[in-house]
Design a protein around this ligand. Sequence first.
Ligand code: NAP
Length: 317
Amino acid sequence: MSKPMFERMALIGVGLIGSSIALAARRHGLVKHIVGSARTKETVETALRLGILDEGVSSAREAASKADLVILCAPVGVCGVLCEEIKDVLKPGTILTDVGSVKSAIVEACAPHLPDGVNFVPGHPIAGTEQSGPEAGFAELFEDRWCILTPEPNTDQMAVSKLKSFWEGLGSNVEIMTPEHHDLVLAITSHVPHLIAFNIVNTAGHLERVTDTEVIKFSASGFRDFTRIAASDPTMWRDVFLNNKEAVLEMLGRFSEDLSNLQRAIRFDDGEALFDLFAKAREMRRGVIEAGQDTDQPDFGRRAKTESKDESPGSNS
Ligand code: NAP
């Protein structure tokens, strides 16, 4: 096997994403030693028990010290605080990155704490599921998925290309863009769809003339798929919306206008307008399948219980 790319990888946060990085990096021989910390002792113990980490420590500082790759795998809202906590122990030459679903706010929160000589290359794997915690991780999560890196123009290009190779080694395709562009794209492809799912599930929950049991019992594919997305981690999503406010509000404004058009078409029996909009949406689905982002297999939500989790559809947040 070829030489690992990194001697010591520190994961700060060992939930779904952190543990999946650890499992994939080990499988592909990309790192020699994996050290991790989390908010609670229980998570670190679970990650050790599952063989995700080589070493578990009780603080982000301890994890980051002596590491040549540090990955923040915690909720978006704590990344700045974590950077401040580890700044004095980061070695010159270390690559510091993150996996947060929002980029501009993380860059802004981390920038004041970056020591000279440390290469900060923010990242976001567009891969995920609605599950959380170390038990949810699996080595194939990033295969054939995109990972977006958002380095500043003056970032050391060797560090950017090393991190790019690392993500490619985990099975991803890598694209580089600005943090602002990332936030705009993700607002429409991920953040607003999650908000709609949270909202529709709550609306159903508030109905007075339809009981909760009926909503659950007759949850045909439409509602059922929304409940899956809406089962995503509340802390993670609270932080996403608080930290990508502008782009989400911009996209939500456009969404509301388009929804009003649909409402009008229904009210005035404009079947032609409805048909045209639905046909365009169907084309978009074809594009997603052709791009390899999903399969065209019918999914009636009746998968066998024994099916492995890497075959289940992700929330790709
Ligand atoms: P997760 O499964 O809930 O794991 C979060 C981890 O962060 C846990 O280990 C947690 O520790 C730790 N943590 C929380 N607060 C911390 C703190 N103050 N200091 C140190 N560690 C802390 O979440 P996840 O899904 O892996 O998400 C992690 C990041 O990935 C988020 O920024 C999210 O935006 C991004 N992301 C998520 C997805 C997705 O689909 N889930 C996809 C792409 C990117 P405890 O368990 O001890 O609380």
